[in-house]
Ligand binder design. Structure first.
Ligand code: MTE
Length: 423
């Protein structure tokens, strides 16, 4: 082979490796579209016989797991669970069905190389001298573990209903109600790790940061996903989770370790956590200033306080537009949840809100997770209809008829009108 030919050969091999790294989220591609890179990847795979590199990805490469259209609606880099797909699943959402919210793309990380670094002036000793305390995956797994059931829900879940029910246009992903899931999480209490790292009496904020790519919004690089958590919450019930429903965390849900902040907006539950800043001063990031506060005519100009707990919501385990035969008894199923306590009561209307009946609850109301419920219904007249469900939690919060608008469409808690057809 000529020198030129040999150089070309090397460049081909290197290019394959580089593209594989990009596929695994390990290479930067500034100014090149995903479509262009996928075209290159496809060409290399055909010409060069690209060896399999980790798990195969969906077409746009932002999510690793399969996203069959009968289970998910794709929304950009995210995937919304279809509520009809949850029918017949148990209390916990199966990992394969769990919604995915990615600011960029799932990084495929190796637990053997993973380290969690704790640093900042809210720690005593080594970190105060600029040397972080480190934990490896096996170190964390060797610590006492805690298991708990909790939902993860995007603050923007239900956002599209500001438009469909209230005629108000919000920015952000147009979720219906499928940006929520419940899992059994196993991990180590964050409080335990913070204390082992030398938590100081001066610490006030704790900021976990993800290992996924830097997030660019409106042409501005906002850095890696990170959001401060007040120390009170961090020491209360927060987990560094490494298992989801009895399995190691799937890649898309934060493998090898994610933060799990029960009852709070999903952004607090940072996936693929790589470091945690422990600070003696309050911290700010775009995720507690620009995002995840309420802005709009009914809110202060600088926005509300940073969002914490989720509001009350309900959903039917039905497709939008589901059809029912007239005169046949049905059993309607659904789930309701709240960030302020367990759901103790659900009222359902099958006539667009004119009359209400109390649903039968199938779970003992517990904080941080949903209550499943059901109600028999025999449709009497053919034509379009709306099903409504209104939940009340242990804190006495009940879903309202309308939600006060905010420009980014967070925390939609109004009763949702679920369209169906009687045939
Ligand atoms: N953590 C990192 N590192 N990167 C992200 O994009 N998205 C957040 C949160 N943690 C995100 C993250 C948001 S907005 C939500 S709603 C949840 O993860 C979604 O968790 P899931 O994808 O496991 O359902």
């Amino acid at each position: 082979m000529s020198a030129a030919g040999s150089a070309a050969h090397h460049e081909t091999a290197y290019d394959q490796r580089r593209l594989r790294q990009w596929l695994a989220g390990e290479a930067r591609a500034d100014g090149v579209t995903r479509r262009r890179l996928l075209t290159l990847l496809a060409a290399t795979a055909v010409v060069g016989g690209l060896p399999a590199a980790g798990p195969a990805r969906a077409a746009d490469a932002s999510v690793v797991k399969p996203l069959p259209p009968e289970w998910f609606v794709r929304r950009g880099t995210n995937a919304e669970t279809r509520w009809d797909a949850l029918r017949g699943t148990g209390h916990h959402t199966p990992n394969e069905l769990f919604f995915v919210r990615n600011h960029t793309a799932t990084p495929v990380l190796d637990a053997a190389d993973w380290r969690l670094r704790l640093w900042g002036d809210g720690l005593r000793g080594r970190p105060a001298e600029g040397r972080p305390v480190e934990f490896g995956y096996d170190d964390l797994r060797a610590l006492p573990s805690t298991t708990r059931t909790a939902f993860v829900e995007c603050a923007g879940n239900g956002r599209s209903h500001y438009a469909t029910q209230q005629g108000e246009t919000a920015t952000g992903t147009a979720w219906t109600l499928g940006a929520v899931g419940v899992a059994r999480w196993r991990g180590v209490r964050l409080s335990h790790v913070l204390r082992r790292a030398g938590l100081s009496a001066h610490a006030v904020d704790v900021q976990p940061r993800g290992l996924d790519a830097e997030y660019v919004s409106g042409g501005e690089n906002l850095g890696r996903v990170r959001r401060p958590l007040p120390l009170g919450k961090a020491l209360d019930d927060v987990l560094l989770a490494y298992e989801m429903n009895g399995e190691p965390l799937p890649y898309d849900h934060g493998y090898p370790v994610r933060v799990l902040v029960p009852s709070w907006v999903g952004i607090a539950s940072v996936k693929w956590v790589g470091d945690i800043q422990v600070s003696a001063q309050p911290l700010y990031s775009p995720w507690n200033t620009t995002f995840y506060r309420l802005f709009g005519p009914a809110h202060p100009e600088e926005g509300s306080a940073p969002l914490t707990r989720q509001t009350v919501k309900s959903a039917f385990e039905l497709a939008s537009g589901a059809s029912f035969p007239v005169g046949e008894e049905q059993v309607l199923h659904g789930r309701s949840w709240s960030g302020a306590g367990g759901v103790v009561r659900v009222d359902v209307s099958t006539d667009g809100g004119a009359s209400w009946r109390r649903a039968r609850l199938h779970d003992r109301p517990r904080s941080g997770t949903w209550t499943r419920w059901s109600l028999p219904w025999t449709p009497t007249a053919p034509g379009p209809a709306h099903l409504l469900a209104r939940a009340t939690d242990t804190a006495g919060r009940t879903q309202p008829d309308t939600t006060v608008f905010n420009t980014q469409g967070y925390l939609f808690d109004a009763v949702v009108r679920h369209p169906v057809t009687v045939v």
